[in-house]
Design a protein around this ligand. Sequence first.
Ligand SMILES: *[C@@H]1O[C@H](CO)[C@@H](O)[C@H](O)[C@H]1NC(C)=O
Length: 404
Amino acid sequence: MSSSSISVIQLSFSAQTKSLRYVGIFFFLLGLPSASLLSGTLDIAGRIDVLANRLALWYEYAPLIASLIREGFSPPTIEETTGISGVEQNRLIVGAQVRDSLVQSNADPDLLAAFETGGAELLYEIRLLSASQRVAAARFLVENRCDGKAAQELARAMKDFPSRRGDKGWESFDYTLPGDCLSFMYYRQGKEHRNPSEQRTSALEQALRVAETEAARNVILEELEGKGEEGDTVGEGEAAARVSVVRLRIGEVAEASSVVLLPVSAAEEREILEAPFESRSQGEFGVVVAEKGWGKWVVLPSWDPVVGLGKGGVVVSFPDARVLPWKVNRWYKEEPILVVANRSNREVGADHGFYLVNSDAEGLKVQRGFALKEKGFTQSLGTVLLVVRPPKEENDELSDEDWE
Ligand SMILES: *[C@@H]1O[C@H](CO)[C@@H](O)[C@H](O)[C@H]1NC(C)=O
């Protein structure tokens, strides 16, 4: 050992402390158990030794990784010499910084104690939240014994919540409470499914389980009991609409357990008619074979309305949402949309159904069944199944500060 101010004490410890699996020895810095002291007193070999043998608590040795990087070590070199993978190095450094911010925010000692022997992967996930949100989120994670994936979901729900202002039910959820933010996300997801459907009920029940306020629970219960206005996703006062508006999340396609590949057409009748009608996946690799060559395709998660959209599916891209027949909110003029339609079903049927039509006066539009019937239309270019909004830019990248 290079530092005389450190004594080594052999300790045994319980097997269930996950992140300390490999630790055989704790370091006790006499009198001053501070992380900065560790890097201040140890030379490079000493730091590598502490890291390789995990000779401190995780948040004490995490800054040593950052200090080695500052000395010019690359993450792969550190991995080679210490056995801590690059991903883990990142989690430890950022997790320790988030833990520091909990200390700065005067988080309760019992909350900090819960992260004493591990939890960097949880704290890492809440790095993009504000200081006060981090304290609330950390407590929620501990109390609900969340894993990294749940932590990521929570952070996403909390970050996303303010931008949903104006969505139905939003004001009944309390943005300062992590459970309510998460609940609102499930509530929203539930409403994207067909009513009634198993997925819808199970998402709403999940929302109910995590909701923290009475107001939120009431809104969810109303929805569960069917009192919630159907079709609210398409705008105010649109009773019984049969189409959902969904915002794609960044990374959602990659995370989806199943996806659909659909041809994309410009908002033009000729192209919509020409786009390949069918594509199949074939052989052991599921190679997708389209009936003809086509230039533009999109992959979407297999959301409820598009599941089984085999023959006739097409995605029409519009520069903004003014082609939709319902009330125009602010975003309608700001964002491009994709309209997913079923060309196998072109008959104008339900009054409240939505259809793609090309009317000479207005060009290509989405119109309601009853409006078309009034005008004597019986055929459309296709039944509209879903409207997709683009993923919103969220600065999910690690900034330099996250690396110190
Ligand atoms: C598309 O329309 C056809 C014909 O009506 C129907 O059989 C099929 O289920 C529809 N697909 C979807 C995903 O709605």
